[in-house]
Write a protein that binds this ligand. Structure first.
Ligand SMILES: O=C(CO)[C@H](O)[C@H](O)COP(=O)(O)O
Length: 213
């Protein structure tokens, strides 16, 4: 299980400073959609330069112009880029092909994606499928549950889980053995981000040990 730190609604300097504090406790670093929209590919380049040994995820949430956007992300140093599951299948396939050509990975954000398209995405070799409860759903109190996750747990699909994950909800998420657990505000908005990240890290470690018993 990899812990992905999601950096959103921050300046590049703030993102670098928080990441430095929590670096020992996280595996992947997500340059959030909000950073990419506000600062462009410079945000991806800055995080990769500062943390070259971490896996950098550009949360581009691509919907169209797949090859162009994925080329931008990979040229800036991303190891993974994201595409929306609601995008036309031809765009998702173009993302897969571009990533393969660069030896990189694709994460498909399943927010609002139909069951039929989720099924097609789950057949794409090497894709990481992300079950995501959006910010707006979190803020409206709309309980979407963790869509898709239970149905994947018996398949050979790499899953990621995102959206409002807290220290309280982490244990339930961990039971699905996701490949990636994405945590944003649970770390970046914590009073002590390093302590919060360390707590998630230790919970993930415990879960891995339990799984091997
Ligand atoms: O993709 C995202 C927002 O669109 C975030 O990465 C995801 O929601 C995680 O952040 P948080 O834990 O704060 O919800």
């Amino acid at each position: 299980m990899n812990i992905q730190l999601a950096l959103d609604r921050l300046s590049i300097e703030e993102a670098l400073s928080i990441t430095k504090k929590v670096e020992p406790y996280i595996d992947w670093i997500e340059v959030g959609t909000s950073l990419i929209k506000e600062f462009g590919m410079e945000s991806v380049r800055s995080l990769k330069e500062a943390f070259p040994h971490k896996t950098i995820v550009a949360d581009s949430k691509t919907f169209d112009n797949a090859v162009y956007e994925f080329e931008l992300c990979f040229a800036a140093g991303a190891d993974v880029a994201t595409v929306l599951g609601t995008a036309p299948l031809v765009s998702i396939e173009a993302c897969m092909e571009t990533a393969k050509r660069h030896g990189k990975q694709v994460m498909i954000d399943l927010l609002n994606t139909s069951e039929e398209q989720v099924k097609m995405c789950s057949q794409l070799e090497d894709a990481i499928l992300c079950s995501h409860v959006s910010k707006d759903q979190q803020e409206s109190g709309e309980d979407q549950g963790r869509l898709h996750v239970p149905s994947f747990s018996d398949q050979q699909v790499k899953i990621a889980v995102a959206g409002g994950i807290s220290i309280d909800s982490f244990s339930e998420i961990a039971t699905y053995s996701p490949h990636v657990v994405i945590i944003g505000s649970g770390i970046t908005k914590a009073e002590d981000p390093a302590l919060a990240a360390k707590t998630f890290y230790e919970m993930a470690k415990q879960q891995k040990e339990n799984a091997h018993e």
